[in-house]
Design a protein around this ligand. Structure first.
Ligand SMILES: O=c1ccn([C@H]2C[C@H](O)[C@@H](COP(=O)(O)O)O2)c(=O)[nH]1
Length: 509
């Protein structure tokens, strides 16, 4: 073999190729949640093979391993595990554990047969990857953990000074199974989804996106399924948050505790960390916007100006601008609601944490106002508006599993409350009479009379286009039953919510 120069090496990435910074050296650098450029800027491109971020142990490590198997010239791996987000996500720790302790055969959290990484953090590698190749990779790459950007830079430079080594094997590639989605027709723009808890609302959201969202390329690698302007309305999230048993959400209570602090508390600038929502809200614009909103509402409980803004027009055309952009707090009938707008929202992996973080902010504002004012306030609804509401294709399998195990249960829960009111249907003097009543007290607000179920349905729809779909379907069925009974003249009796029955059967007539 002739003299090797570092320029001999080109890194080939089959997975997430547009997310990486490429060099010609022999060290791969994983930066976790720290932006990759903040390490790259201190290095020469011949000092590293590739630099990339790793967010998730369950999704990211598998793709990284596949890429490393294609690049046997990589002999060293520097893993930066520096921030709170890294510790929270656990991906960097899990990656280190993969090299330290290996894998064993098992099943993933979605029930799929996988190589499970021997780590306290759940991380998986596709079973299609040959175990011999995994073991060869583990024993061929030397790893180093770094606790800060300078530490990582120093370790990369140390390896770069070493003598160039020949590749430890030949590149290998393994098949990858992709899940295709079948999509039903539906509205692209503007969806309203309501639930009592964040968990329940989440299942309905991912079902809606998965069944009717448009599949299109993301501006990153891969595809996502997307609806535009999805409004989620959560009416009754309890103070201590509802976590289902067993927990099918992508977060747990200890993660949430950390996350809430990222939303509520100020943070100082840290190199490589783009922003935290707490920092944007507490100090970024030279004002504490959360306290400003509390002051404003304390002075004027009817104010419609309680706004917090997170978008910084002077610099947010950069690589990673905040996804949460606008928060608005409103008190109506003593109910304190909070509405948050996201320009872009990963509805499967991020929305539950986003929603719970915002609920904690809503509760904080509520508690402060209860202390400061004498209004008999109640915690109201939490509303999120997600402009690009999407699910990444690498989550489709998990999404399908959650939908098949949870969605039917949730939609079968009987809840007859429709804020648009109720309809009482009777037959009087040879006509169908429909009284529209208020939802709570049952006062009659409108009355329809006719003989045709179809015409009555059309009138009701024209007057009340906001009826809940299940309610409207129910009314259609009831009206048709009433029309049938009417057509049969005296022989049949119509009573709402009961089967149409023949005169004299099951009654004393
Ligand atoms: O609080 C957050 C932060 C990020 N994201 C997701 C939305 C996108 O999937 C991705 C950001 O990508 P860009 O829109 O910035 O390209 O992260 C969220 O859903 N919530």
């Amino acid at each position: 073999m002739g003299q090797l120069t570092q320029l001999d090496f080109d890194y080939t990435a089959k997975h997430k190729p547009n997310q990486l910074i490429y060099g010609s050296g022999q060290t791969a650098v994983i930066t976790g949640w720290t932006v990759k450029q903040s390490v790259a800027k201190y290095l020469h491109s011949n000092e590293y093979a590739v630099i990339g971020q790793l967010y998730s142990p369950t999704r990211g490590i598998n793709l990284l391993i596949r890429n490393l198997l294609l690049n046997p010239h990589v002999h060293y791996l520097v893993i930066l595990n520096a921030t709170k987000e890294d510790q929270n996500a656990g991906a960097c720790q899990c990656l280190g554990d993969f090299f330290r302790h290996g894998v064993e055969e098992g099943v993933s959290n979605t029930g799929r047969k996988s190589w499970v990484i021997c780590s306290p953090i759940s991380g998986y590698i596709d079973i299609d990857i040959d175990i011999k190749s995994i073991e060869k990779l583990r024993h061929s790459i030397e790893i180093q953990d770094a606790k800060s950007i300078p530490d990582a830079v120093e370790k990369v430079k140390y390896y770069a000074q070493k003598e160039t080594l020949p590749p430890w094997g030949t590149p290998v590639e393994f098949p990858i199974t992709t899940i295709e989605s079948s999509v039903l027709p539906g509205t692209r723009y503007g969806h309203r989804i309501e639930g009592k808890t964040i968990a329940e609302t989440w299942v309905k959201i991912i079902h809606r996106i998965k069944t009717t969202g448009t599949i299109r390329p993301t501006s990153h690698d891969g595809k996502w399924q997307e609806l535009i302007n999805l409004m989620a309305v959560v009416t009754d999230e309890p103070d201590d948050f509802y976590f289902p048993e067993p927990n099918y959400l992508p977060i747990n209570r200890s993660f949430l505790q950390e996350y809430i602090s990222q939303v509520l508390d100020d943070a100082t600038n840290q190199e490589g960390v783009k922003y935290t929502y707490g920092q944007r809200l507490r100090s970024w614009f030279g004002k504490d916007q959360i306290e400003q909103v509390i002051e404003k509402l304390a002075k004027d409980i009817d104010s419609a100006r309680a706004v917090m803004s997170l978008w910084d027009v002077s610099q947010d055309d950069n690589d990673s601008p905040p996804c949460l952009n606008h928060i608005w707090v409103r008190i109506v009938d003593n109910e304190l609601s909070l509405t948050a707008t996201f320009r872009s929202n990963d509805m499967f992996s991020a929305w539950p944490a986003n929603a719970m973080g915002l609920r904690a902010l809503q509760k904080y504002i509520y508690n402060s106002l209860v202390k400061k004012t004498h209004h008999p306030l109640k915690m109201g609804t939490l509303i999120t508006i997600s402009q690009s509401a999407h699910i990444y294709d690498d989550c489709f399998e998990n999404v399908t599993n959650v939908i098949s195990s949870q969605y039917t249960k949730i939609t079968q829960r009987k809840d007859y409350f429709d804020p648009a009111g109720s309809f009482i249907i009777t037959i009087q003097d040879g006509s169908i009479v429909v009284e529209h009543t208020t939802p709570g007290s049952g006062e009659v607000v409108n009355c329809y009379c006719g003989k045709s179920a179809h015409k009555l349905s059309q009138q009701i729809f024209a007057d009340c286009p906001g009826l809940q779909v299940s309610h409207a379907l129910y009314l259609g069925v009831e009206l048709q039953k009433a029309e049938m009974a009417l057509l049969m003249k005296e022989q049949f009796i119509y009573e709402q919510d009961k089967p149409v029955r023949r005169l004299g059967v099951g009654s004393r007539e």
